[in-house]
Design a protein around this ligand. Structure first.
Ligand SMILES: [Zn+2]
Length: 457
C-alpha cells in the first residue's frame, strides 16, 4: 500500500518535471507566443504582435539595409511595420483600425505639419500603443543637400510639433527619425546621433507612394519580404492603395508564418533587449561559411623618428655616371628613359625630302646679266630673301631682248616694265656678273619702291 502510494508520487513528480521542462524548451525556442486570443479579443486568428524589441539608439544610431550596414536584430520570419507621412485622418484612421483588428503594433513616422493639423491623430497612435517617431516638419526631399542648420530646424520642428500634439509627454515620443525620401546626408545623420536619435531607413519598401495599384503594393511587399525572410517594411498610412493592400499583406504574412515585432526605445527603466552584434546584420557571417578577408596592414611602432636631410643641389648633378650612361644610350639611338622632359621632335618624313639640285641649275649662261636683290622687310629689318622671288622674274626677261641690255638687266624687276627707278650705280659696273645688292646700302625711298613693286599688279 505504502509502496504503491510512493510509486504514484514518483510518477506525478516525473510528470510535473516533464511538463516544466517542456515549458522551458518552448520558451527557449521562442515558441511560447503570447496568448493572441486573449490580447486580440474578437479575432482568434489575428496575426498579433509576437514580441517587443527594445533598442538603444545610441548603440545603433542607423538602421535599415536599404542604406546602412545594420538593421534591427530580427529573427527569421520577423517583420517590423512602419508607416510614414501621417497623420492624415481619412486613411490613417483606417490603417489604425486594420492594425487594431490584427492586434499589431507598428512604428509611425509623423510629419510635423500633419501633427499640427491633426494632433488627435498623433494621440490616437499613442493611445493604441504604437511607437511614434518623427519625419521632419515640412517633409523636404532635399535633406541630402540643404544647409545643415536648415536640416536641424526641420528635425527639431518636427519633434516639437509631435510633442505638442502629445501634450508635451516625451515618454510617448520615441527618438526615432526617418529622413524624407530617405535622402540621407552624413551631416544630418551625425546631428541625429548627437541628439540620441536613431535614423531609420528600411529593409524594403512596397512603392506605395507611386501611382500603382493596391495589388501591386501587395505583390511588392510580399515579394520583398519573402526575398529577405525578415526586416523593416516601409509603408505610408496616407495612401488609399496602402489601406486597400494592408489586410491582404497581413493575411499572407500570417499564412506564411511571419511574425510582427513591435520596436520601442530603451529608457532608464526599460533596458534594451540583449542582442549580439551579428544580429544587427541582415545576413550575419556564419562560422560555417568561409569569408575572405584581406589581412590587415600591421601597425608598425617606430622607436624613433628621424628626418632625413634634404638633398643639396650638387646631388642633382646630371653629370653622374648614370646620367652619362643615359646620354651615351641616347647618342647611339638606343631606347632610353629621358632624364628630364624633352620636347617631342617629329621624325622627318623621307618622302618629303627633296633631291639635291643639279649643278646646272646654278649655271649662269654666258652674256647674261642678272642682279639679285636682297631686301630688308619693313617689319623686322632683317634680310629677307627677296632675291628668291626676284630672280625668276629677272631670268624670265632675256637680257638680249631688252634694248640696252647692259643697262636694263640689272634693274629691279619692276624696272623692266618701265615703271621702276634706275638701279644703283654700282650695279652697272659689272653687268655680266651676278650682284646681290644689299638694300642696307640703298636709300630708304628706293627700298620702299622696290618693295612696292613686289606686289603683283
Ligand atoms: Zn515621407
Amino acid at each position: 500500500m505504502f509502496a504503491s502510494v510512493l510509486i504514484d508520487i514518483r510518477k506525478l513528480s516525473r510528470t510535473v518535471i516533464a511538463v516544466a521542462l517542456l515549458g522551458c524548451v518552448m520558451v527557449l525556442n521562442g515558441m511560447a507566443e503570447p496568448a493572441r486570443a486573449a490580447e486580440c479579443p474578437g479575432n482568434p486568428n489575428a496575426l498579433g504582435t509576437s514580441r517587443t524589441l527594445v533598442v538603444d539608439p545610441t548603440e545603433h544610431p542607423r538602421i535599415g539595409t536599404m542604406q546602412y550596414r545594420e538593421t534591427l536584430p530580427l529573427a527569421d520570419h520577423e517583420v517590423v511595420l512602419t508607416f510614414d507621412d501621417g497623420p492624415l485622418p481619412k486613411y490613417s484612421n483606417q490603417v489604425l483600425a486594420i492594425l487594431a483588428s490584427q492586434c499589431i503594433k507598428a512604428t509611425f513616422f509623423e510629419i510635423g505639419e500633419q501633427s499640427k493639423a491633426n494632433p488627435e491623430g498623433v494621440r490616437k497612435l499613442a493611445a493604441a500603443g504604437h511607437t511614434i517617431g518623427t519625419h521632419t516638419q515640412h517633409h523636404p526631399l532635399t535633406m541630402n543637400k540643404m544647409p545643415i542648420e536648415k536640416a536641424k530646424q526641420e528635425i527639431d520642428d518636427g519633434i516639437a510639433s509631435a510633442l505638442a500634439a502629445l501634450n508635451g509627454d516625451k515618454s510617448k515620443l520615441a527618438p526615432f527619425f526617418r529622413i524624407p525620401g530617405l535622402m540621407r546626408a552624413v551631416g544630418v545623420e551625425n546631428y541625429l546621433a548627437s541628439q540620441g536619435i536613431q535614423t531609420w531607413s528600411a529593409d524594403f519598401p512596397a512603392d506605395d507612394w507611386r501611382h500603382i495599384s493596391p495589388q501591386r503594393v501587395y505583390d511588392l511587399a510580399i515579394q520583398r519580404i519573402e526575398a529577405h525572410h525578415k526586416g523593416i517594411l516601409l509603408l505610408h498610412d496616407i495612401q488609399p492603395r496602402t489601406v486597400a493592400a494592408l489586410p491582404r499583406i497581413l493575411a499572407t504574412l500570417k499564412e506564411r508564418g511571419y511574425r510582427i515585432v513591435h520596436v520601442v526605445p530603451a529608457t532608464a527603466d526599460r533596458p534594451a533587449t540583449p542582442t549580439e552584434p551579428q544580429q544587427w546584420f541582415m545576413h550575419p557571417p556564419s562560422e560555417t561559411v568561409a569569408v575572405s578577408r584581406w589581412p590587415r596592414v600591421p601597425n608598425f611602432v617606430y622607436t624613433a623618428s628621424k628626418t632625413l636631410p634634404a638633398p643639396v643641389f650638387s646631388d642633382l648633378d646630371w653629370r653622374d655616371a648614370e646620367a652619362l650612361d643615359h646620354a651615351q644610350h641616347a647618342r647611339i639611338g638606343q631606347p632610353h628613359q629621358a632624364l628630364w622632359p624633352q620636347p617631342h621632335v617629329a621624325p622627318i618624313d623621307p618622302a618629303s625630302t627633296l633631291s639635291a639640285p643639279a649643278a646646272s641649275v646654278f649655271r649662269i649662261p654666258e652674256g647674261e646679266s642678272l642682279t639679285l636683290l636682297a631686301a630688308r622687310s619693313h617689319a623686322n629689318h632683317g634680310v629677307a630673301q627677296v632675291a628668291a622671288s626676284a630672280a625668276p622674274r629677272a631670268q624670265a626677261l632675256p637680257a638680249r631682248q631688252v634694248k640696252g641690255a647692259k643697262k636694263t638687266a640689272h634693274l629691279p624687276p619692276g624696272a623692266a616694265h618701265g615703271k621702276g627707278r634706275p638701279a644703283p650705280q654700282h650695279a652697272e659696273q659689272n653687268a655680266d656678273s651676278v650682284h646681290v645688292a644689299s638694300l642696307k646700302k640703298r636709300a630708304p625711298r628706293a627700298e620702299a619702291a622696290a618693295i612696292a613693286k613686289r606686289v603683283p599688279d
